[in-house]
Ligand binder design. Structure first.
Ligand SMILES: Nc1ncnc2c1ncn2[C@@H]1O[C@H](COP(=O)(O)OP(=O)(O)O)[C@@H](O)[C@H]1O
Ligand SMILES: [Mg+2]
Length: 249
């Protein structure tokens, strides 16, 4: 009995030293057919571990957005596998995949993608619209999220009454509304000036540090490497290098 307990303890210790990936790409290929074939990804293999802040960096056209949209389950690969918590997306129906996306993944876009005629608060509440979450809890959680991103005083403003940085804060709060396991962001600072970029990156870093929010962010800005645990470098549809980010230096 003692031996079994010891073995279990050792197994647990080993598992915590080598955690299972939250998200994986296995030999991912994506080909778009536009008369001629465009090879957006040609065999990308990578793992993302729980709690990591990972940046995907590479020049325009290198396949960053394609990889992120496959990881988000927004599109299907031509070949290869995407897995989340060990479950391969190709075993899931479209309905099951969109359910997983709604429950487990938050997505932030370069152009914010807020709904123009809804207030900041209603935008944040959108992912919870069709959930069974009680109304009072939705209201309270969304108010708390807006406060957390520093926008309590803008709760009833429309997107066009907000600055770019404020709109992106609302979009980040919205992406977190359903407590996703995974936060994906495609060039979230691509439309912002340097000062606002630093504010948004500070916020994303704080979310990751405080809530151990697993975050994968695409950018072509090497200045942002300082915020990451790891940087995956892409070129011509391939993962060409992995480097340490500046977060722990
Ligand atoms: N929906 C699509 N249809 C056709 N070609 C596409 C599509 N999406 C991306 N591509 C092509 O795939 C390549 C990689 O694109 P993308 O993933 O958007 O790169 P990045 O985000 O690094 O700029 C580019 O050559 C792009 O033109
Ligand atoms: Mg892109």
């Amino acid at each position: 009995m003692i031996i079994i307990t010891l073995c279990l303890e050792q197994a647990r210790a080993a598992a915590s030293r080598f955690p299972s990936p939250l998200l994986s790409a296995r030999r991912l290929t994506k080909v778009f057919h536009l008369g001629t074939a465009v090879y957006a990804l040609t065999g990308v293999t990578a793992d993302i571990f729980p709690g990591e802040f990972v940046i995907i960096r590479g020049p325009s056209g290198s396949g960053k957005s394609t990889l992120l949209s496959l990881w988000a389950g927004l599109d299907r690969p031509t070949n290869g596998q995407v897995m989340m918590d060990g479950v391969s997306f190709d075993t899931l129906s479209e309905a099951a995949l969109s359910d997983l996306r709604r429950r487990r993944i938050g997505y932030v876009f370069q152009l914010f993608n807020l709904v123009e005629h809804l207030s900041a608060l209603s935008n944040v509440a959108l992912p919870l619209t069709f959930s069974r979450t009680p109304h009072w809890y939705v209201e309270e959680r969304c108010q708390r999220l807006l406060a957390w991103v520093g926008l309590s005083h803008r709760a009833h403003h429309l997107p066009r009454q907000l600055s770019g940085g404020e709109q992106q804060r609302v979009a980040i709060a919205r992406a977190l509304a359903n407590e996703p396991a995974l936060l994906l962001a495609d060039e979230p600072t691509g439309n912002l000036d340097t000062h606002t970029t630093d504010e948004i990156m500070g916020l994303m870093a704080q979310i990751n540090a405080q809530w151990q929010q697993t975050t994968v962010m695409v950018t072509h800005d090497e200045r942002l490497d300082v915020y990451a645990d790891r940087v995956l470098h892409m070129a011509d549809g391939q993962l060409v290098a992995v480097s340490r980010g500046g977060r722990h230096r």
